[in-house]
Design a protein around this ligand. Structure first.
Ligand SMILES: O=C(O)CCC(=O)C(=O)O
Length: 312
């Protein structure tokens, strides 16, 4: 396991100073970053993992890309029997288009270590904590000149919890630019309504077209160097376009929840680690808010990409 870059036990006793919580415990994020997250629903923070961890994450992913060249359909198996590795329909041996690796925590020590015990975990605890659970993890990849797109959606309707203190951490394994299909988010949309991800009674994993023009007008890209992470509130509207560039865009995506947020539906990307406390302790209580939402549908295939494409 990686050494734990965690200053939580370092109590200096100075209250409210930048870098300290009101209880005097060292934090990974500044007051300013936490305020920005509350206002916009997203922040990008650099150096979320060590350079060594980043190198290992990338090397492991490169190995998976090499393996993918031998496949012409989704393959491997996660704990519910569905495929772990999902490929786009432009995939070919000489043009790999591996778009998703589900629950990499279950097959790679470095992916587990980064999700459960890294500076990224500390930062997530500053936004949700002190008690935080792991919910699920996946890699979303857009290799050079590949056509994977993500339609506009919110994450909470996929993974409703009793309260909405849940977030998605998207760690940049490669530099993300405006050219290689960055995540686009609508700042402040987490303070708006929960939107339906059903059309004509079918769970499409995307909002209806009536919202898209406004989202596109207000969207901003989440870009940054390799090793940065975008923390995104689970209600933020987001999407991304194809990667028409020569640079890969690979995101390691981990979803965390405040430990008193109880999941209300089965997770689409299951893992034996789901529900594991990664910071703080088991709270022994459930906090709930008042809301109504349609029950999400687990894709029959490898991932939500087929639901969004209307092919599940
Ligand atoms: O890969 C992306 O660009 C977005 C990821 C995302 O929205 C998701 O997996 O829910």
């Amino acid at each position: 396991m990686l050494p734990k870059p965690n200053c939580r036990d370092t109590v200096t006793g100075r209250l409210g100073r930048d870098g300290l919580s009101v209880s005097g415990v060292m934090r990974a994020l500044s007051e300013n970053q936490i305020e920005t997250f509350r206002r916009d629903g997203a922040i990008v923070v650099e150096n979320a993992v060590t350079p060594e961890a980043l190198g290992e994450l990338r090397a492991t992913f490169s190995g998976w890309v090499e393996e993918s060249r031998a496949h012409d359909a989704p393959y491997g198996q996660i704990c519910d029997g569905r495929p772990r590795f999902d490929i786009e329909d432009d995939h070919a041996p000489d043009h790999p288009s591996l778009r998703r690796v589900a629950s990499p925590t279950d097959v790679s020590d470095i992916y587990a270590s980064v999700a459960f015990d890294s500076a990224m975990t500390d930062m997530a605890a500053d936004l949700l904590g002190p008690d935080v659970r792991f919910h699920h993890a996946k890699v979303n990849s857009k290799l050079p000149h590949t056509k994977t797109v993500v339609k506009w959606h919110q994450d909470f309707p996929f993974d409703p919890h009793s309260n909405d203190d849940t977030l998605t951490a998207l760690l940049f394994l490669e530099t993300v630019t405006e050219e290689n299909g960055p995540l686009m988010i609508v700042p402040g949309s987490h303070r708006g309504p929960l939107l339906s991800h059903f059309q004509d009674g079918v769970f499409t994993g995307a909002v209806s077209q009536e919202h898209v023009a406004r989202f596109e007008a207000e969207a901003v890209p989440c870009t940054g160097p390799a090793g940065a992470v975008c923390f995104m509130h689970s209600r933020v509207a987001h999407a991304s376009t194809a990667n028409n560039s020569a640079s890969p865009r690979t995101l390691y995506i981990v979803t965390y929840a405040a430990a008193d947020a109880a999941p209300l539906s089965p997770v689409a990307v299951p893992s034996p680690h789901q529900g594991r406390i990664v910071r703080g302790r088991e709270p022994g209580r459930i906090r709930s808010m008042n809301f109504e939402i349609e029950t999400p549908v687990i894709p029959k295939g490898a991932s939500f990409f087929s639901q969004q494409a209307g092919k599940d």
